[in-house]
Design a binder for this molecule. Structure first.
Ligand code: ADP
Ligand code: MG
Length: 422
């Protein structure tokens, strides 16, 4: 692929956008030049386009590995919607019937299909490997690449076998994308995929429109009251409340409903019909608040979520950053509040006791980082960004509890005032 291809023209032609966001263009050019590419970009940054556009203009079919069936379906619908012909994008996963799989294969063989979304489980299947070996692959895109790492917030063992599948199908450039930017996760991804020599593109993870606050959790009743008060103060606004257990999700949703708040529960124990109805109602604004376990949210693109509350301390800062990242995707206000108690922390540590030792070690370390965040009086944004290896240049962000209400400094000011008045 030549370097002088008019990418802005292609962007306009396929997606209707006038310009690239952030470093999308540099990323795409790097991939077109045949280099392995690693993209670290926060949620909402526009990662999908970094592989969708090159796939549409390159010869052959791009294999996109993505963890969730719902995510795949959504992206395939979008791509087919922007193209004049059908079958430009397809997905291959366990939800397809035999006849559907045959159709997908026929479209790929005819050279029609530019993007093939595959779940890692399907990619590793012998029959799929045998088939894909016979077609031209433009490149491999690994979306949500942090699923490779136990240090990420959503480890999936099947992701570890991707390199093996690529070697079996036929080598082509690899682009790995994630919104998880800790050093440990990064190293894991690069090693597991065998792309140590890749070119890396890292965007800032700062979300200037998000406000961060940690509140002390005294009791569940008190927390319920604070949450109800908060929601009433933000009446009609959309929000997500995360709880660690399904039981708490059910209980809190009931409490909110009893207080005339349009809320519903969401967790993996509910049947898929109920879950997808709840999700649709939230997107259509029939519901204001979703009370959920972390099963809710990945890939959900509701731009105007105005608050994300964590009822319990999350298991890792990584997860916390991703979950709060669902607020304010439109760049407007996003309030992120977490309730913290030492008791909850101890409970989480206890949960880990039955697990394999290596897993316990990782779990404890992640938990310690969360604890440090919750107990610190340093700017929350500075801490979060530091966690992602990024240096926040200011000492006061003006958009977190510690910066707006510095504990020690208030006392200092009081003393100063007393001195001045004396
Ligand atoms: P990510 O996967 O990084 O979370 P997405 O790929 O889902 O982000 O993109 C987030 C949003 O940004 C989508 O609504 C997408 O259409 C939009 N977007 C992506 N690139 C551009 C662009 N160049 N101009 C305008 N909007 C864009
Ligand atoms: Mg994405």
């Amino acid at each position: 692929m030549t370097q002088d291809v008019n990418l802005t023209g292609k962007l306009k032609h396929y997606f209707g956008f006038d310009k690239f966001k952030g470093n999308q263009e540099a990323i795409i050019r790097n991939l077109l030049a045949g280099h392995d590419t690693f993209v670290l970009m926060p949620t909402g940054g526009g990662k999908s386009l970094c592989y969708q556009l090159p796939a549409l203009i390159m010869e052959g079919t791009a294999i996109v590995i993505s963890p969730l069936i719902a995510l795949m379906k959504n992206q395939v619908d979008v791509i087919n919607g922007i193209s004049e012909e059908d079958g430009v994008a397809h997905y291959l996963n366990s939800s397809l019937k035999k006849a559907e799989v045959d159709q997908v294969r026929a479209d790929i063989v005819s050279g029609h299909t530019k993007l093939l979304y595959v779940a890692p489980e399907s990619l590793n299947k012998e029959e799929n490997i045998a088939f894909l070996r016979s077609v031209k692959i433009s490149f491999y895109a690994i979306d949500e690449a942090h699923c490779i790492s136990e240090w990420g917030h959503d480890f999936r063992p099947e992701y570890r076998k991707i390199r093996h599948a690529i070697d079996a199908i036929g080598v082509a450039p690899v682009i790995a994308l994630t919104a998880t930017a800790t050093d440990k996760v990064r190293t894991d991804i690069v090693r597991s995929l065998g792309i140590e020599d890749c070119v890396e593109f890292k965007s800032s993870f700062n979300r200037p429109n998000l406000y961060y606050e940690v509140r002390a959790k005294k009791s569940d009743d008190d927390t319920d009251r604070q949450i109800i008060k908060f929601i009433k103060q933000h009446a009609g606004k959309s929000g997500i409340i995360y709880c660690l257990s399904r039981k708490k999700v059910e209980e809190l949703a009931a409490v909110l409903q009893a207080n005339d708040i349009k809320a519903a529960p969401y967790h993996a124990g509910l049947d898929s019909e109920t879950r997808s109805r709840t999700q649709d109602d939230f997107l259509m604004e029939e519901l204001d608040v979703i009370v959920a376990t972390i099963a809710f949210g990945m890939g959900i693109d509701k731009p105007d979520v105005r608050f994300v509350i964590h009822y319990d301390i999350p298991k890792s800062l990584e997860g916390y950053y991703q979950e709060t990242g669902r607020a304010g995707r439109d760049g407007e206000e996003g309030l992120c509040i977490v309730f913290y108690s030492k008791k909850d922390l101890n409970k989480l540590e206890k949960f880990m006791e039955g697990k394999p030792v290596a897993e316990q070690d990782i779990g404890r370390q992640l938990l310690q980082e969360t604890e440090a965040y919750a107990e610190s009086s340093v700017c929350r944004r500075k801490m979060l960004l530091h966690y992602f290896g990024e240096d926040y240049p200011k000492d006061n962000c003006g958009m977190c509890d510690n910066c707006l209400h510095p504990k020690k400094k208030i006392e200092g000011q009081k003393q100063l005032l007393m001195v001045l008045q004396a």
